[in-house]
Ligand binder design. Structure first.
Ligand code: AP5
Ligand code: MG
Length: 191
């Protein structure tokens, strides 16, 4: 058995994945891998990959699987001594989940658990519109784009609950409350 802790922090746009990752990496010494943040860094540097991703992200669509799988593979290899990872916003499709499993299987360090933050759509839209006032994120500015991100999640990403349930790794966590309350719920789910 591996003693590494590899957590998939799951949930729709605005569920609090990024916010909660900050606390969990401190408590457990994990490396935070957010494909959204990695993509926004590529956009900022105006790389070809960033330019390809920007158009899709601004519309609230997912970027192609091969783009994010390549980024995650590089990061896992770059941090091979880490005590474990928090995957935030990845995997988002079945193809991504299968690739992640095979990357980790080759190192005998499987996913420990998928923790899914559960938040209603009206609360998600409220949080993201509020963040859009200051975040500078193009995909937070417009309610139609926010709702499209949620539709993409429901269509392509939510089915991963079944993928991880079948492995006995899925745990739903109430994502509404104060940030500290939710951190405590996640920590007790990690055990
Ligand atoms: P990504 O960056 O992953 O964005 P997202 O999934 O849309 O989620 P957010 O980052 O907006 O929300 P979050 O759950 O992290 O919540 P946060 O903590 O920020 O992806 C962006 C885009 O990149 C995608 O649309 C896609 O195009 C592309 N992409 C990324 N990964 C991909 C992949 N694997 N495959 C394909 N494409 C990919 O919190 C949200 C707000 O709520 C904040 O303002 C926060 O302060 C507030 N908040 C947090 N907790 C609480 C609370 N308890 N109560 C009240 N407010 C709270
Ligand atoms: Mg995020």
């Amino acid at each position: 058995m591996s003693n590494k802790l590899n957590i998939v922090l799951f949930g729709p746009p605005g569920a609090g994945k990024g916010t909660q990752s900050e606390f969990l990496i401190k408590q457990h010494g994990l490396v935070h891998l957010s494909t959204g943040e990695l993509l926004r860094a590529e956009i900022k540097e105006e790389t070809p990959l960033g330019m390809e991703a920007k158009e899709l992200m601004d519309m609230g669509e997912l970027v192609p699987d091969h783009v994010v799988i390549g980024m995650i593979r590089n990061c896992i290899e770059a941090h091979h001594n880490a005590p474990g990872f928090i995957f935030d916003g990845f995997p988002r499709t079945k193809a991504q989940a299968e690739s992640l499993d095979s990357m980790l299987a080759s190192k005998s360090e499987p996913i420990t658990a998928m923790l899914a933050l559960e938040v209603s759509e009206s609360e998600l839209v409220k949080r993201l519109l509020k963040r859009g006032e200051t975040s500078g994120r193009a995909d937070d500015k417009n309610e139609d784009v926010i709702r499209n991100r949620i539709r993409e999640y429901e269509k392509k990403t939510a089915p991963l609950k079944d993928y991880y349930s079948a492995q006995g790794k899925y745990k739903g966590v109430n994502g509404v409350g104060t940030i500290a309350e939710i951190t405590a719920r996640l920590s007790s789910a990690i055990g």
